[in-house]
Design a protein around this ligand. Structure first.
Ligand code: FEO
Ligand code: CA
Ligand code: CA
Ligand code: CA
Length: 676
């Protein structure tokens, strides 16, 4: 019997309501199933996960805090494909662990050690749970499953050797005890957003790696050189504690490397860890189809708190552009432009990593400056730029130094300080580039200190009417900005921009906060994950929110956006203490309607919704539920009744009641495409 599906309408589903339930909510007619959770075995010989803190062999299990994710299709014969829909590899980031007072408490039997020194066994487990994984998934009928014995399955963790590639390779800034010629590093850390190259490899962004390191309070004086400026700019003040105290796990190098102080006095410098942190902070490329190939840190794309990496429209004979954000308060947006021009044959190359070498190791890095008239400029971060060469606060030695210290180079050229750039994605319809700006608690009408910034056209909101507060709260709900490149396309150095959507609560003041006119079926706060479906063109975005979680758990929305310039100019008038006003012109896209924006999913308690991947036909959508129950107090690790979430065990998945990060797969019950 051939059933003719009903005519497809984008956003034809009924919007889901905001929810505080400890479950995944999707629209009527859709099914969300748990597929792959933290601790799941990735080899046939790894025991089932008991989920009581006693599990071992984490180097062969799914890591923790699933974040960005991409789908790599496999043909029925197990070959790399760009079109297969029933079999493939999910490659994903394992960003972090739920932790409090040093210990990742759900991962240890009684919550782990909450003081220094940390036991080696706990540190080993936590280091193994950070990194990347690749898992094979297959569809049988309507059901998707992982294959625990697939030869494609792979784990990358803090002991995995990774190559340093591009202009920083071999530079003195990355010479370490581990690699005395500056070509290698162990591990990739705090991996957040992702990307997929036009040659079918996986890109991962290293985000909050800085916090895992420590250095002694005497380290500034011990160094006495410009490296102190760099360390401070990347958030490592002397004497600041590390996130987990991994450096206290033992005398072995794998623990000591997290302490950036010079450890001893050997004349050959072999116990010198001062450059260790310069090996973190990059976009990392992995061939998900071939675990024999080295993973590479693509240093030409710059070092900062990376989120996703999105390729601009790919045009034969033109350079490739990669768009990226630096997710920290008042940090920058970047673009990398390859020297090599795109060749169609490179879409299906024999050697994918060599293709990465061709396009990602040689190019120019730019930083964005957004102007008040709705245009903007890409400013090249080159050692030849006089503003960089003559920068007083930090003397750059060479182009590798500019890349390792891309934040300082952005400072030197006066780039625009943004409201925390999270993911970016490119609209396949018109090539416009979207960036989520998740929120900014350090935006102030009258900034106090260098950590705060005044509102500007691209980051225009500072408001005071959240939850009855009269204090300025910056921009707690975030917005999504978009860029249309100039005539030169990927190589353009000028652009136009506007704001696609401003996050807001539906009841917020329309003139100052809810500028996109969001209704109760659409309102959201703190956009983070972002991807366009190649199948439907839907703009999916996800939230990671602290400002709206009293009303709703985090969510995913589906948008059908217009284009840069389709909306209007708005002037926001911010009162100053002296009675005058700071007026900021901004540009907001078309107001949301039920046909252009709908809430599609709400997650369990204390989870972030993140990671978006789909099968090429758009009929299976993979989404990550990150850190459900993270608001649980570590003291309650022994009492499941006090867990703030018991997902996914309460959805029938796996042993134990401890909450776990997990991948879900969403299908439409009538077999249709997701989001219709
Ligand atoms: Fe890992 Fe910026 O979120
Ligand atoms: Ca993020
Ligand atoms: Ca976030
Ligand atoms: Ca998170």
């Amino acid at each position: 019997v051939v059933v003719t599906p009903p005519a497809e309408k984008l956003l034809g589903f009924t919007a889901v309501s905001k929810s505080l339930a400890d479950t995944v909510v999707v629209p009527a007619g859709y099914t969300a199933s748990v597929l792959y959770a933290m601790g799941d075995p990735l080899t046939a010989s790894t025991p089932a996960f008991k989920n009581d803190g006693t599990d071992t062999d984490h180097e062969n299990r799914a890591g923790d805090q699933h974040d960005g994710m991409e789908f790599f299709p496999l043909s029925s014969l197990g070959a790399a494909s760009t079109t297969a829909n029933d079999r493939g590899l999910l490659a994903m980031n394992h960003e972090a662990t739920i932790d409090e007072k040093l210990s990742a408490f759900f991962l240890h039997p009684n919550g782990g050690t909450m003081s220094l020194p940390r036991p080696a066994g706990e540190v080993d487990k936590e280091m193994a749970l950070h990194g990347l994984s690749v898992v094979e998934v297959r569809r049988t009928g309507a059901k998707w499953e992982t294959l625990k014995d697939s030869s494609f399955n792979r784990r990358v963790h803090q002991q995995t050797e990774i190559e340093i590639s591009g202009p920083v390779r071999g530079n003195a800034l990355v010479v370490t005890k581990y690699s005395n010629n500056g070509t290698k590093i162990r591990g990739t850390l705090n991996n957040c957003g992702t990307g997929k190259t036009p040659w079918n490899t996986y890109l991962s962004g290293e985000e909050n790696w800085s916090g895992y390191f420590t250095r002694a309070s005497t380290d500034d004086a011990a160094r006495g050189d410009k490296s102190v400026v760099s360390l401070k700019r990347y958030g490592r003040d002397a004497g600041a504690a590390s996130r987990h105290g991994w450096e206290t796990g033992g005398v072995e190098d794998k623990y000591q490397r997290w302490n950036l102080g010079r450890k001893g006095a050997s004349l050959d410098g072999s116990d010198d860890y001062r450059n260790e942190m310069n090996g973190m902070g990059y976009i990392v490329e992995m061939d998900a189809y071939d675990k024999t190939r080295a993973i590479k840190k693509r240093t030409a794309l710059g070092r900062y708190a990376h989120e996703s990496a999105a390729f601009g429209k790919v045009v034969v004979g033109q350079p490739l552009a990669v768009y990226m954000g630096d997710d920290s308060r008042n940090e920058y947006i970047f673009k990398y432009v390859s020297t090599a021009l795109w060749t169609a044959a490179d879409a299906t190359p024999l050697d994918r990593i060599a293709t990465g070498d061709k396009y990602l190791d040689n190019g120019k890095l730019y930083v964005a400056k957004f102007l008040a008239d709705g245009t903007g400029q890409w400013i090249e971060l080159s050692i030849a730029n006089p503003l960089i060469a003559a920068y007083a606060a930090y003397k750059f030695a060479d182009q590798a130094d500019v890349l390792v210290n891309a934040r300082l180079a952005g400072d030197a050229v006066g780039a625009t300080r943004m409201d925390r750039p999270e993911w970016c994605a490119v609209n396949p319809v018109n090539g416009e580039i979207y960036f989520t700006l998740t929120n900014n608690s350090n935006r102030r009408v009258e900034p106090s200190g260098a950590s705060q910034a005044a509102p500007d056209a691209a980051n225009p909101r500072v408001y005071t009417d959240m939850k009855g507060s009269t204090a300025q709260v910056g921009n707690p709900n975030g917005h999504i900005i978009r860029v249309k490149e100039g005539a030169a396309g990927s190589a353009a150095t000028s652009f136009r921009w506007d704001v696609y959507l401003f996050g807001a609560e539906a009841a917020a003041a329309a003139a100052t906060v809810n500028l996109s006119g969001l209704s109760a079926d659409q309102d959201f706060s703190s956009p983070d994950g972002l991807a366009f479906s190649a199948a439907t063109g839907i703009c999916w975005f996800q939230t990671d929110d602290g400002a709206y979680t009293d009303v709703t758990n985090c969510m995913m929305l589906a948008g059908v956006p217009g284009q840069v310039g389709d909306g209007k100019k708005v002037t926001l008038s911010h009162p100053r203490a002296n009675g005058t006003s700071l007026n900021v012109d901004t540009y907001v896209g078309l107001a949301a309607t039920p046909d252009t924006l709908k809430r599609f999913l709400v997650g369990p308690v204390s989870s972030e919704i993140t990671g978006i991947a789909e099968t090429p036909d758009g009929k299976a959508l993979f989404v990550n539920i990150q850190h459900p129950g993270e608001s649980t107090a570590s003291a309650n690790v022994g009492d499941p009744s006090k867990y703030t979430s018991q997902w996914p065990s309460n959805a029938g998945y796996g042993a134990g009641k401890r909450p776990r990060s997990a991948t879900i797969v969403i299908t439409k019950n009538d077999g249709g495409r997701i989001g219709t």
